[in-house]
Design a protein around this ligand. Structure first.
Ligand code: HGY
Ligand code: MN
Ligand code: MN
Length: 416
């Protein structure tokens, strides 16, 4: 069967309507979303997504990490399914499209195949991965990491949120624990549509990012131990100041990342002081350093330098220093054959495109360990993401889903 022509497009209005409906679930305080993993809002979003999948005639598989696999049958029951996936969980002050575009873009591919009565040899499965963000329970991409054999189920279930609730107990509480063994499924291929979350595509007026790689990441959790004391009556020379040590380490991380340019980033997004009282010097300071680079040697070199210099800073201030890697993945190279199908689809459909390295991590980073994998990206306004003001255009969303549709059909093989 010849490849579908360039006039085969998804239904842009329907996709945009689904995105806007999902955006009503777990609203934020500034127009975005707070639909954190395994909260009641996450459960509500899952139920809405499942209702749409039921209406599209899909059958659900659910594994013990709550990963949702919504399956459209193929003509050959022996053929491995082609997966499309991303995530419905958001940051606490997240946008409406990060992850959601990939899941609902996958559903729109299914809806379009149903509209046109297109049958494929391989089944097509739309996936919602649990806890991609790692905001409430570190690390990021927790459930796809268990699926790929990176983490054990026990490790994942034991992860704690800031209120000391465990991931496993919270997943059970919202009623989304499945009985499928995590990782038992085999994939013909995996595609993920995602907003760029950076400024390149918009700045270069490219509608599609052909994602060739994803940069690697370390999350280094520092626990600094100072001495709780009165901020007023304790002389400067007597202080064991963990807050000062943290400030010097954050400044140093900036220095290390700037010295590693181009293609390196480093920063801190989460800090916890204890007792966090305005007139008590902190006894304990816990914060996570997030460093990334597409270059393996540069990434690991930054980690070594930061740990070495942080120890020296703490020694100088007589502050205790412990560090634990709470998140990591090496730089990822996506499957060239699938990358080529994304590029060919963008060309066939007439969308301006360019190759790009993903700055953010995605579930695709872990599926790449177990199956041929690649990604499709569309721009986002001002490159802004992980911010409630995250915005895309309906045209960008439709273009990404169109390219996803054609690349998936090239892989799932149209029968008629
Ligand atoms: O951290 C990341 O890159 C992703 O948003 N979880
Ligand atoms: Mn995401
Ligand atoms: Mn994200």
């Amino acid at each position: 069967m010849p490849s579908p022509g360039e006039n085969l497009r998804i239904n842009s209005a329907r996709l945009w309507d689904s995105l806007m409906q999902m955006a009503q679930v777990g609203p934020g305080i500034a127009g975005g979303n707070n639909r954190q993993t395994v909260t009641d809002a996450d459960a509500e979003g899952r139920a809405l997504f499942k209702s749409w999948c039921d209406a599209a005639g899909l059958t659900m598989g659910l594994d013990r990490m709550g990963n949702m696999f919504m399956c459209r049958a193929g003509t050959d029951p022996e053929a491995l399914p082609v997966y499309i996936g991303s995530h419905l969980d958001t940051q606490p002050t997240g946008g409406k499209y990060d992850g959601v575009l990939g899941v609902l873009g996958g559903l729109e591919v299914i809806r379009t195949l149903n509209d046109r009565g297109i049958r494929t040899k391989h089944p097509v499965v739309v996936t919602n991965w649990t806890n991609e963000e790692g905001a409430r329970f570190a690390p990021a991409m927790l459930a796809s990491g268990v699926f790929a054999g990176i983490h054990s189920l026990d490790y994942a279930y034991a992860r704690k949120d800031p209120e000391c609730k465990s991931f496993g107990a919270e997943l059970a509480r919202i009623g989304w624990v499945g009985d499928e063994e995590v990782g038992a499924r085999k994939m013909q291929a995996y595609f993920e549509l995602h907003i760029e979350q950076g400024p390149i595509l918009e700045a270069e007026k490219k509608t599609i990012g052909v994602v060739t790689h994803c940069q690697g990441l370390w999350w280094l959790e520092f626990t600094l131990t100072g001495k709780e004391a009165h901020t007023g009556s304790t002389p400067m020379g007597m202080r064991v100041n963990a807050g000062l040590a943290m400030a010097r380490i954050i400044e140093m991380v900036q220095e290390v990342a700037m010295a590693a340019q181009p293609d390196a980033v480093g920063g801190v997004g989460q800090v916890n002081f204890s007792p966090n009282s305005r007139n008590v010097l902190p006894g304990t300071v816990i914060f996570t350093v997030d460093i990334r680079s597409p270059d393996q040697a540069k990434l690991d070199g930054m980690r070594a330098e930061i740990e070495r210099r942080a120890a020296a800073i703490c020694d100088d201030l007589k502050v205790g220093c412990a560090v634990e890697a709470v998140g990591h993945f090496d730089p990822v190279t996506f499957t060239p054959e699938l990358v080529g199908r994304v590029r060919a689809a963008a060309e066939k459909l007439g969308y301006a495109h360019r190759d790009i390295i993903s700055g953010a991590g995605h579930d695709a980073c872990w599926t790449a360990k177990v199956a041929p994998t690649t990604m499709v990206m569309c721009p986002c306004v001002d490159g802004l993401s992980h911010n409630e003001a995250e915005e895309i255009s309906p045209e960008w969303a439709a273009a990404g889903a169109d390219v996803l549709l054609h690349a998936v059909l090239e892989t799932a093989v149209v029968v008629d």
